[in-house]
Design a protein around this ligand. Structure first.
Ligand code: NAD
Length: 496
């Protein structure tokens, strides 16, 4: 077993630390179903230790007191180290989540390096402004860090989603306690050591592994935590926001999604179908920004479904270690079971399975992995639960629309509002429809074009607050106003 998987411990106050209780939880390789390693199972006592370290680092340590430029220099070293150690990070993320290595390298690891590069620049932009007032005073504002940030992250993009929070929070001068997902915690522990190697001072980033109801809940309630940055399901987010609300902690909520992908009759069908496939098989459909609801103009419905029927089974599925693999296993057997339940429900609801709808037959080491064939379903009614709920797996439902108004109405008919996309050659329509969709981000003629400079977040039940872009600093800073009395003076400098 590579060294990375041995002796997994929390990272608190700059040191590997074991849990107070000594309890541990297994981490499984989803591609084989075999136990890979274990991590400490943290609880309130461990969270208290991590918050104390983060508090001390914030109250007395150098990080919040450094200039933004100096913090930026350290964050840039983090990006450099990520690139130097990319092979190890790819290995950890692929083993832990079941991610195809090509995806892990070109999306996860590369994105995280870019996030730190971007945030190293952002750290230097924390500024305020002078306010013109009629009162005899110099009035100005400053942007200041919030304090200790509690970050809680989901299983599907562990590296990217934790770095989204941590890089921005650190850029602003905060310190962090991170609780990664129960079943994919390894890259968080790896990154904590990497940040320390890059020169992030002790106590600035602390990682406690454990379950949501134990470690996560303790983080939400801890009085020493000044802000909660949560990414996860809408159901858990709702509970987390209410606990944080009891304690009057500000929260950022990045929650579930169920993106609509609209294909108008004038679209470039080849480009559109490529994007449609990407949008539901990417990361084996475990993707908050997935596009699992295809809405296609009635006149091209049968053509598009015909192309999907032939193209989808050809997407390479299998061993995540094979560089050609596009679809790996799901990250856990419980996630696959949920998908199977939804596909069974789709059959009951009258849906027709165009392709997929079963576990693929794989042999050897992969026989017990958590694989599920990419599945396309037509014929579901508009009020189908499979259409309206977040399946979070490689499942695409297809509905047709008669005109633009119906397309928009169907797109906006779920409780979610994270991502949406549309395909058309008509630029006027692209602008018009993009402005009508309930979504924090809208892609035109592609899917999942993301960049650390472009803000990301949801509306409706997909949450609130924005990450990425300069907007991220608003989530991790507070504004202080300073008003200095300047009594009017005479020309000789005496008070008049
Ligand atoms: P989840 O809600 O089950 O868990 C998310 C995190 O919350 C985990 O760390 C978990 O341990 C923790 N948690 C669980 N119960 C808790 C509790 N009682 N108190 C405090 N913390 C608790 O989500 P998941 O299954 O890991 O991830 C999938 C979900 O995340 C999907 O709904 C997906 O859409 C969403 N997601 C959203 C975004 C986004 O940016 N909007 C990104 C990725 C995933």
């Amino acid at each position: 077993m590579p060294a990375t998987y041995e002796d997994q411990q929390f990272f608190i106050g700059g040191r590997p630390t074991d849990s107070v209780s000594g309890r541990r939880m297994d981490v499984t390789d989803p591609s084989t179903g075999k136990v890979l390693t274990s991590v400490p199972a943290g609880d309130a006592a461990d969270v208290a230790g991590a918050v104390a370290a983060a508090r001390e680092a914030f109250d007395t340590g150098p990080w919040p007191r450094m200039s933004g430029r100096d913090r930026g220099r350290v964050l840039h070293r983090v990006a450099d180290l990520i690139r130097e150690r990319a092979d190890e990070l790819v290995e950890v993320e692929s083993r832990d989540v079941g991610k195809p290595v090509t995806l892990a390298r070109h999306v996860d690891v590369e994105t995280v390096a870019q996030q730190y590069e971007y945030c190293s620049a952002l750290a230097q932009t924390l500024d305020g402004s002078v306010r013109d007032t009629p009162i005899p005073a110099l009035a100005y504002t400053r942007r200041e860090p919030l304090g200790v940030v509690g970050a809680i992250t989901p299983f599907n993009f562990p590296l990217i989603l934790s770095s989204t929070k941590i890089a921005a929070a650190l850029a602003a001068g905060n310190t962090v306690v991170h609780k990664p997902a129960d079943d994919t915690p390894l890259s968080a522990l790896f990154m904590a050591r990497l940040l320390a190697d890059a020169g992030v001072p002790d106590g600035v980033l602390n990682v406690v592994t454990g379950t949501g109801p134990e470690a996560g809940d303790a983080l939400l309630r801890h009085p020493g935590v000044d802000k909660i940055a949560f990414t996860g399901s809408t159901a858990v987010g709702r509970r987390a926001a209410s606990v944080a609300g009891e304690h009057l902690k500000p929260v950022t909520m990045e929650l579930g999604g169920n993106g609509a992908h609209l294909v108008f009759a004038d679209a470039d069908i080849e480009i559109a179908v490529g994007a449609v496939i990407k949008a539901f098989v990417f990361n084996t459909g475990q993707f908050c920004m997935a596009g699992p609801r295809l809405l296609v103009a009635a006149e091209i419905h049968d053509t598009v479904v015909g192309i999907l029927r032939h193209a989808v089974p050809g997407v390479p599925l299998g061993d995540p270690r094979d560089p050609a693999t596009v679809i790996g296993p799901m990250a856990g057997d419980q996630h696959r079971k949920k998908v199977e339940e939804y596909v069974a429900l789709a059959r009951q609801e009258g849906g027709q399975i165009v392709t997929g709808g079963e576990r693929p037959a794989l042999g050897g080491d992969l026989a017990d992995g958590f694989y599920y064939a990419p599945t396309v379903i037509t014929g579901l009614p508009a009020d189908s639960r499979v259409v309206n709920e977040e399946v979070f797996g490689p499942v695409l439902t297809v509905q047709s629309f008669a005109d633009e108004d119906e397309a928009v109405a169907l797109a906006n008919s779920t409780a979610y509002g994270l991502a949406a996309g549309l395909h058309t050659r008509d630029l006027t329509r692209a602008h018009r429809v993009a402005g009508r969709l309930d979504a924090g981000i809208v892609w035109v003629n592609d899917w999942a074009m993301l960049d650390p400079a472009v803000p990301f977040g949801g509306v409706k039940q997909s949450g609130f607050g924005r990450e990425y872009g300069p907007e991220a600093l608003e989530a991790y800073t507070k504004v202080r106003s300073v008003v200095i009395s300047l009594p009017p003076t005479t020309a000789t400098g005496e008070q008049s």
